[in-house]
Design a protein around this ligand. Sequence first.
Ligand SMILES: Nc1ncnc2c1ncn2[C@@H]1O[C@H](COP(=O)(O)OP(=O)(O)O)[C@@H](O)[C@H]1O
Ligand SMILES: [Mg+2]
Length: 245
Amino acid sequence: MPNEAYLDKSVHWKVRTGQIGFAEPTHGEVADAILDVGLATEVGQRLGSGKEADVYLCRDGTKLLVVKVYRQYRTAHRGEGSIRLESMGRRASREYELLCYAHQGGARVPEPGRRVENMFSMQYLGTPESPAPMLQHAVLPQPERFLEATAAGIEGLAEAGIVHSDLSPFNILVHRDLPWFIDLAAGLRVDRLGQPPWVRLHEALRALEHGAATLQRYFRRYDLAFEPADVIVRARAQFDRYRLE
Ligand SMILES: Nc1ncnc2c1ncn2[C@@H]1O[C@H](COP(=O)(O)OP(=O)(O)O)[C@@H](O)[C@H]1O
Ligand SMILES: [Mg+2]
């Protein structure tokens, strides 16, 4: 078993008693979990697989939807400490809350469905034939318009009180010729700042600068200038409304 030395005693016990395993759950096991908690009536293909979560195309009755499943385990790496099983429920909950918040605030994100434990459902973006492509893999017929819609979308998120934190052409889907923002896992709320507010704002600005620079590199393939400074000015104007003077 990998990384054994880094696991704490309770995890060892759970592994020994078979309560957790280190094999990737099979598609069937994940499908059972989704069906068991009633998030969908049918589980289809896996649309994406990241470091911590998998995304499945599902059906609830006749409606297509997507379920994001945070894995229940995480193998510990050197220096990372032991596995914390319950943290995946928290991560799912965090992303789901941010998605709800962004959606309520009018940002262009998939409409959230329900969350149960480490899984949540949301609106499926795409056609019955194929899921919406990531910006990275899409061919834009009107790239200039799309660039402006992307900048406006980031401003829209800020207006809803959220900074995405992981903006990239992999976390923007092209659906009905518009940018849709997904994967809010690492998003930051800039409306409830806590104490002291400038720390969170500073963090949000750094994340935004990084994401905007990534998108600037992306739009160069169309010879277009996506200006991080403009995006930041526009977003800042939104979240300065929340600033506690
Ligand atoms: N609402 C959705 N509609 C259609 N496809 C989606 C949706 N959400 C995610 N996907 C697909 O799943 C992939 C992974 O989703 P994402 O939330 O970025 O998870 P992660 O990067 O953590 O694996 C995306 O790149 C996209 O292709
Ligand atoms: Mg992603």
